[in-house]
Design a protein around this ligand. Structure first.
Ligand SMILES: *Cc1c(COP(=O)(O)O)cnc(C)c1O
Length: 330
C-alpha cells in the first residue's frame, strides 16, 4: 500500500499553492455554547467549485508528467469531484472528459459543461458511465483520476488538514465528513502527523454508509445505495480499495452515523445560526455535535466540506419540511 504521509501532503501543498483557496476557520459561538468548549468551523464550502474536492483534483493534475498531461483526464463523477476536475483541468489547459449516465439531472450536467469539460452521456447507471471511462482510458489513452482512492487525491485533500492544525493548533477533536475516505484519510494523516494526540472522527449518513460497514467487517464491503440528503456521501468504497480503507482503519478514532432528520437539522443550524449555506454532506459535522452522539473533547474543528445543494431543496429544508417529505417530492 502506498500510505500517504505528512511529507506527501506538504509536497501537495506546495504543488497546489495559488490554485486553490486557503479557506478561513471561524469560531462558532452557538456550537461552542452547546458543547461547552470552543468549536471552530473550517469554511471549506467557500472553496472554488464549492467543495474541498478541488484540492485533490488540482494535486493529481499537477502531479501528471508531460506525456500524461497531453493525453488528458477522465472520471465518472457527476458531483463535486467532476466539477473540481473540470475546473482544475481547464486552469492547466488539459482535456477533461466527464462520463455520466442518462439519469443525471440537467442542472448537474450544465454545471460541469460550463466549467469547460467534455461530457459523455452513456447508459442508465454509474456502472455504465464507468465502463465508458475504462473504454476511453483503453482506446484514447486518457488518464483516469478517481474521486478518492488515489495517493495524489488523498494528499491533496490532506492539505485541508494542514490548514486546520495550523489555524487551530490546540484542536483536540476534528470531525470529518466520510464517504470514500479520501478526505478523512488525508486530513487524519496531516492532523495526526503534526499533532498525534488530536482525535479524528468520521461522520456519515446512516443510509448507505459503506466505509463504516467496511470497517466493521474488517474488509471493503458493498452496501445498498439509498437516497440521502448527504448525496455527496453516497456510493461505495470499491471492493478493490487500495488505500483509503486501510488509512481510515488505522487513523480514524471513531465513526458516527446520522439520520436524515439529524442531517436536516445540521443544514438548518448552518443557515440560521452560522448564516452559511451548506449541502447535506457539508452539514454532518454540525449535525453530529447537535445530536450529542459525539462526546468530543474541545477545542473541536468541524469541516463544512461543500455547498453544492439544490437551492429549492435547501429552501424546503430551512422551512422545516421533513426530509422524508423532501425525498418523496424530489
Ligand atoms: C466527496 C465529498 C465528501 C466525502 O469525501 P470522501 O473523500 O469521499 O470521503 C464530503 N463532503 C463533500 C461536500 C464531498 O463532495
Amino acid at each position: 500500500m502506498t500510505e500517504v504521509t505528512l511529507q506527501h501532503i506538504r509536497a501537495a501543498r506546495d504543488r497546489i499553492a495559488g490554485k486553490v483557496e486557503e479557506t478561513a476557520t471561524a469560531l462558532s459561538l452557538s456550537l461552542s455554547e452547546h458543547l461547552g468548549a470552543p468549536v471552530y468551523l473550517k469554511l471549506e464550502h467557500r472553496q472554488t467549485t464549492g467543495s474541498f474536492k478541488l484540492r485533490g483534483a488540482s494535486n493529481a493534475i499537477a502531479s501528471l508528467n508531460p506525456e500524461e498531461r497531453s493525453r488528458g483526464v477522465v472520471a465518472a463523477s457527476t458531483g463535486n469531484h467532476g466539477r473540481a476536475l473540470a475546473h482544475a483541468a481547464k486552469l492547466e489547459g488539459l482535456r477533461a472528459v466527464i462520463c455520466m449516465s442518462r439519469l443525471v439531472p440537467e442542472n448537474k450536467l450544465d454545471a460541469i459543461r460550463r466549467l469547460g469539460a467534455e461530457i459523455r452521456i452513456v447508459g442508465n447507471s454509474q456502472d455504465d458511465a464507468q465502463q465508458e471511462v475504462d473504454r476511453l482510458v483503453g482506446e484514447e489513452g486518457l488518464v483516469m483520476l478517481p474521486p478518492f482512492d488515489h495517493p495524489d487525491i488523498v494528499a491533496g485533500q490532506g492539505t485541508l488538514g494542514l490548514e486546520i492544525i495550523e489555524q487551530v493548533p490546540g484542536a483536540a477533536t476534528v470531525l470529518v465528513p466520510l464517504s470514500g475516505g479520501g478526505l478523512a484519510s488525508g486530513v487524519a494523516a496531516a492532523v495526526k502527523g503534526v499533532s498525534p494526540r488530536t482525535k479524528v472522527i468520521g461522520v456519515s449518513m446512516a443510509r448507505g454508509a459503506a466505509m463504516k460497514a467496511s470497517l466493521d467487517a474488517g474488509r471493503p464491503v458493498q452496501v445498498e445505495e439509498l437516497p440521502t440528503l448527504a448525496d455527496s456521501l453516497g456510493g461505495g468504497i470499491g471492493l478493490e480499495n487500495r488505500l483509503t480503507f486501510a488509512m481510515c482503519r488505522d487513523l480514524l478514532d471513531n465513526v458516527i452515523l446520522l439520520s436524515e432528520d439529524e442531517i436536516a437539522a445540521g443544514i438548518r443550524h448552518a443557515y440560521e445560526q452560522e448564516r452559511e449555506i451548506v449541502e447535506g454532506a457539508g452539514a454532518v459535522g454540525i449535525a453530529a455535535l447537535l445530536t450529542d452522539k459525539v462526546r468530543a473533547k474541545g477545542p473541536v474543528v468541524l469541516i463544512l466540506s461543500g455547498r453544492n445543494i439544490d437551492m429549492t431543496l435547501h429552501r424546503r429544508i430551512v422551512c422545516g419540511e421533513a426530509p422524508s417529505t423532501v425525498e418523496r417530492a424530489a
